[in-house]
Design a protein around this ligand. Structure first.
Ligand code: NAD
Ligand code: WQD
Length: 354
C-alpha cells in the first residue's frame, strides 16, 4: 500500500510543489492548512497536474483539536500516517521582528503541538522545513551543516529552536526520526506554469519582485546595496529551483524511514549568484525587461550565502539539477500566465459555485 503522509502547509509555495513530487513517487499525501498564506485553488491545481484527488483539512497546526480531527480521520479511514512533512508556518523575517510572539507561537508552538499529536497516534517520522537562516552571519563559506547556529532575527530563532526540539524528540531512543532541511533560496515554479509562488503583499524576496516588475505590477527593482565585497557589489545567494527542493523532500522522507534520530541537511546548489547576475539571467532567459535602481543595503543582510551540498548528496542521494535559466524560465511562465497569482482564478471559481 502507498505510504500515507500528512503535509502541513501543503497549500503553500513549497508544499504544492512537494505534493506533485510525492504523488508522482507513489505517496498518498493528506494536507492540513489554515490558508492564512494560500488558497484552495493551489491544491486544485496540484490535482490538475497529477490527476489525483487530495484530501485537505482546513485547520491550524497550533490547535490540538484541529490536529486530533486530522489524525482521528486518518486512523478511522485506514492506516495512520507513516510520516509528516511540516511546512506550515510564518516566514517573513521583517514581520518576525515586529511580531516575535506570533512567530514563536506559530512556528515553535505549532511544531510542539504537531509532535504531541504524532506521539499520541504513534507517528515517528517527521521532515521539517528549516532554513539557511539558522546559520546567521557566516564564519566560513560555503555553510556546512556543522556551521554554528546563530540566527540574527526572530524568524531564524523559531527555526533554530524548532530544530532543537526535534533533535531532543528524536533522540529518546524510541525509533523516532526527524530530518531538518535547511533551504537556501527557493525560486522558480513547476514547468507546467500552473503552480508557483503567490505572495499576498509586496514581495519581500528578490525573485518574485523581479517577476512582478517584468509583468508590469511594479515600476522597478530596488537593488539593496552595490558595495558588498562580491563579484559586482550586490548580494550573493544560493538560488535553488523549487522542483529540485521538492524532490529533496521525497528523498528526505525515504531517508527517515531507514534512519533513527536527528539529522539536518542543506538544500541548495552550492553556487552563489548575485542580484545583478540573477536579474541579467532572467532578462536573457525570458526577454522581459527589469528596470532597477540601487538603494541602501537592507538592514540585517549579509554579503554572501551559499551551501555546502556534499552531505545531502552522500546521505540523501539528492543533488539540485536545474539551472538558473530553468528557474527564470519556469518562474516567468508561472508569473506571466498568472499575473495575479491564484486570486483571480479562486474568485471566479467561487462565483461559479454560488
Ligand atoms: P508559504 O507561506 O507559501 O506556505 C506555508 C503554508 O502554511 C501556507 O499554505 C499557509 O497557509 C500555511 N500555514 C501558515 N500558518 C499555519 C497554521 N498556523 N496552521 C496551518 N497552516 C498554516 O511558505 P513556503 O515558502 O511554502 O514555506 C514553507 C516552509 O518553508 C515554511 O515553514 C518556511 O518558513 C520554510 N522556508 C521557506 C523558505 C522560502 O524562501 N520560501 C526558505 C526557507 C524555509
Ligand atoms: C536575496 C538578495 C537582498 C529583494 C530571505 C530570508 C530567509 C529565507 C529566504 C526563509 C539579497 C536582495 C532582495 C529586493 C534586493 N526565507 N534583494 N531587492 O535575504 O537570502 O533570505 O528569504 O527561510 O530567511 O531572510 O533572500 O530574496 O530576500 O534576498 O536587492 O527587492 O536580494 O538584499 O542580497 P534572503 P531575498
Amino acid at each position: 500500500m502507498n505510504k500515507r503522509l500528512l503535509v502541513t502547509g501543503g497549500a503553500g509555495y513549497i508544499g504544492t510543489h512537494t505534493l506533485v513530487e510525492l504523488i508522482e513517487n507513489g505517496f498518498s499525501p493528506v494536507v492540513l492548512d489554515n490558508f492564512s498564506n494560500s488558497c484552495p485553488e493551489s491544491i486544485r491545481r496540484v490535482e490538475e497536474i497529477t490527476g489525483s484527488k487530495i484530501e485537505v483539512f482546513e485547520g491550524d497546526i497550533c490547535s490540538s483539536s484541529d490536529l486530533a480531527a486530522v489524525f482521528d480521520h486518518a486512523k478511522a479511514t485506514g492506516e495512520i500516517f507513516d510520516a509528516v512533512i511540516h511546512f506550515a508556518g510564518l516566514k517573513a523575517v521583517g514581520e518576525s521582528v515586529a511580531q516575535p510572539l506570533r512567530y514563536y507561537e506559530t512556528n515553535v508552538g505549532g511544531t510542539l503541538a504537531l509532535l504531541k499529536a504524532m506521539d499520541t497516534y504513534g507517528v515517528r517520522n517527521i521532515v521539517f522545513s528549516s532554513s539557511a537562516t539558522v546559520y546567521g552571519v557566516p564564519i566560513r563559506l560555503p555553510y556546512d551543516e556543522g556551521h554554528p547556529i546563530s540566527p540574527t532575527n526572530p524568524y531564524g530563532w523559531t527555526k533554530a529552536i524548532s530544530e532543537r526540539v526535534l533533535e531532543d524528540w528524536a533522540n529518546t531512543g524510541e525509533g523516532r526520526s526527524a530530518v531538518c532541511l535547511r533551504y537556501f533560496n527557493p525560486i522558480g515554479a513547476h514547468p507546467s506554469g500552473r503552480i508557483g509562488e503567490d505572495p499576498r503583499d509586496t514581495p519581500n524576496n528578490l525573485f518574485p519582485f523581479i517577476t512582478q516588475v517584468a509583468v508590469g505590477k511594479r515600476p522597478f527593482l530596488s537593488v539593496f546595496g552595490n558595495d558588498y565585497d562580491t563579484v559586482d557589489g550586490t548580494g550573493v545567494r544560493d538560488y535553488v529551483h523549487v522542483v529540485d527542493l521538492a524532490c529533496g523532500h521525497v528523498k528526505a522522507v525515504e531517508f527517515g524511514f531507514t534512519s533513527e534520530g536527528f539529522s539536518a541537511f542543506n538544500l541548495g546548489t552550492g553556487k552563489g549568484t548575485s542580484v545583478l547576475e540573477l536579474k541579467h539571467a532572467f532578462e536573457q532567459a525570458t526577454q522581459a525587461a527589469v528596470r532597477h535602481e540601487f538603494k541602501a543595503r537592507r538592514p540585517g543582510d549579509i554579503a554572501a550565502a551559499f551551501a555546502s551540498v556534499q552531505l545531502a548528496e552522500q546521505s540523501l542521494g539528492w543533488r539540485a539539477k536545474k539551472s538558473i535559466d530553468d528557474m527564470c524560465i519556469d518562474g516567468w511562465r508561472w508569473q506571466s500566465s498568472n499575473p495575479d497569482g491564484y486570486t483571480a482564478f479562486a474568485e471566479s471559481a467561487d462565483q461559479r459555485n454560488t
